[in-house]
Design a protein around this ligand. Structure first.
Ligand code: ATP
Length: 265
């Protein structure tokens, strides 16, 4: 469904992403992991042509046989937000403080051509309901919601127009672990219901093990290993992947440490 072909991203002479190729299939939960600064966010921004203006991308990214790099800005707008949508770690930055949640939904839907105000409100309330939020949230301001609730609103908006691909960049990093877990469970439930694919950028191996079916590992701008999750985790080929897997906390290790601590006390 999405095919990233030999994409490089440069800042002047410096290559920040180096000749990356990656495919995302319908319904995939595709994890993108790797060291800080390895180019995960830039690669995800390149998909929606949202790179900072000082950077240049080359190569091609095909969404259902259309090269996104070759589309006009108008053509791209019909795809971004509707077929491809984003949720970010910085959910607070995605909201304007003096606008209610309802006003955010209004603006978003008008921008995507929904001119029927009753239908707009109905679909906003349905979207809130689908992420476990009640109608009262529609009239509230962003500062009146918790981090977890705001991230739910971001997901509701990102899924409003039934995208084929949701790009989720570190979406639980700013949340406490319980709220983060609830967000991921919600995402998994919505994915099961509607079948969109997820490009899931993370530092955390736990959700990768739990939810992903495919993994790509990035290091210094390159994808050093990619494939089915079970294959990559069970039979890692690259030294860096092995290092990442060994460094990840496992429940077994966590439990044995806790038991040891309990024994010492
Ligand atoms: N606008 C920019 N101009 C120049 N260099 C940039 C720019 N944006 C990012 N970079 C550099 O590109 C590299 C890749 O950045 P990117 O944010 O994609 O990494 P990442 O893998 O997402 O890291 P993290 O996991 O810490 O979020 C980094 O070295 C970063 O400093």
């Amino acid at each position: 469904m999405l095919s990233i072909r030999q994409v490089s991203i440069r800042s002047g002479d410096k290559k920040l992403v180096d000749n990356v190729s990656l495919s995302i299939r319908e319904g995939d939960w595709h994890a993108l992991v790797g060291q800080s600064g390895s180019g995960k966010t830039l690669l995800s921004q390149a998909i929606g042509r949202m790179l900072p203006p000082n950077l240049q991308a080359e190569g091609s990214i095909f969404y259902k046989e259309r090269d996104l790099f070759a589309l006009s800005p108008g053509q791209l707008r019909t795809i971004r937000g509707s077929k491809l949508s984003y949720v970010f770690q910085d959910y607070q930055g995605s909201f304007t403080p003096f606008r209610t949640i309802g006003q955010h939904f209004e603006e978003y839907q008008k921008a995507h051509g929904n001119s029927d105000s009753r239908a707009r409100q109905r679909s906003a309330l349905d979207a809130l309901d689908s992420v476990g939020l009640d109608e009262s949230v529609y009239k509230r301001y962003p500062f009146q919601l918790s981090g977890g609730q705001l991230q739910r609103v971001s997901i509701a908006m990102a899924l409003l127009l039934s995208p084929d691909l949701l790009i989720a960049d570190e979406i639980t990093t700013a949340l406490d672990s319980v709220s983060g877990h609830k967000i991921l469970e919600l995402l998994a439930k919505r994915q099961k219901e509607t079948g969109f694919a997820i490009l899931f950028i993370t530092h955390d191996w736990r959700p990768v093990k739990r939810y992903a079916n495919r993994i790509a590992v990035m290091k210094e701008g390159q994808v050093v290993e990619a494939g089915e999750k079970d294959h990559v985790l069970g039979n890692p080929q690259h030294a860096y992947t092995k290092q990442l897997i060994n460094a990840a906390p496992t429940i077994d290790r966590f439990l044995s440490t806790s038991v040891r601590k309990a024994e010492i006390v």
